[in-house]
Design a protein around this ligand. Sequence first.
Ligand code: ADP
Ligand code: NA
Length: 357
Amino acid sequence: ERRRTIFSGIQPTGIPHLGNYFGALQNWVQLQNDAMPGDNLIFSIVGLHALTMPQDPKVLLRERSEMMATLLAIGLDPERCTIFHQDQVSQHAELAWILNCITPFGKLNRMTTWKSKIATSRNSGSESDVDESQLSLGLFAYPVLQAADILLYKATHVPVGEDQVQHLELSRDIADIFNRSYKKRFFPAPQHIITPTKRVLSLRDPSQKMSKSAPNLNSRILITDTPEEVESKIKRAVTDGERTLNYDPIHRPGVSNLLSMLSAMAPTVPELIGGVVEKQDPASLAELINHRFGGSGSHLKKMVTEAIVETLRPIQAELGRLKSDPGHLDKCQEMGRSKAAEMAESTMRQVRKLVGI
Ligand code: ADP
Ligand code: NA
């Protein structure tokens, strides 16, 4: 059995919403809890990526530290994983530069995230305040920095959402170009681990994903929302007027979104679905609610609200505790930084030699 090195990163900008939690963060905790002996788990807060868009320095500094607190509060253990700030390990920037120098411009030009930023900036009727000529070289090179993050630890597995699969393919391409130029099989080709949870949709417009950037605050639930805020946002969630529930993401996206959120929380709060933990998929949950509770949409909303409140309760309690203990947060940050820096420098010593610097 080959040992796994699992790497994933998250930007520090903004408070995570339930999409980030179910789509990424919860899965990290799962990977930690299911880890096999010899697995090396590395989770990074990628401040250098945040700098590809304009940021208020004071806000960014605060958000970086809040994200560290969040990763600990959701249950990541700094003894079992390396949890660190990418921007505190300068080898990321160094490897990114070396990879920039072997990455074909044309490959980056074809990245859909870049193309969509360009498209947004060209669409003058949109709400976008991004002007194409202001898009930075850093934003263009964003996926190369991601490749550096992954390859610096010779990661073999990368949990990513579907929106990031193309970037991971680029990381594999870059690893391959490096290996062909300098040393066969130096960087392993990183495989993706697709997050099992379905994409969480906007509560106000279920044709869109739940997102940090949507202007309507009622469209997303933040992991720091109070029970009252959760209740009010779920109450306003767009559903439909049908009398029974069924899971049909195409025709009933609003209802299906609530069902799939409930399904993601079923292991955490089995009593809310009558203790039937073996039936966690959204379609079975719909049948169960029809059967036991008359299938009403308002009952579904009540269950979803309770499940979210119960899911967030321990996270919020831990966040509060961490806030009152900044010394502990500092200690965890330093532990993560030093573990990451040691691995990173070990790779970079070899890389510098291979490229001749
Ligand atoms: P946002 O799109 O809100 O700006 P990010 O791009 O920072 O969020 O995403 C951070 C992580 O959360 C990524 O792994 C991404 O795939 C995941 N993610 C973001 N939004 C959702 C969503 N609505 N449903 C599932 N996963 C999501
Ligand atoms: Na995004």
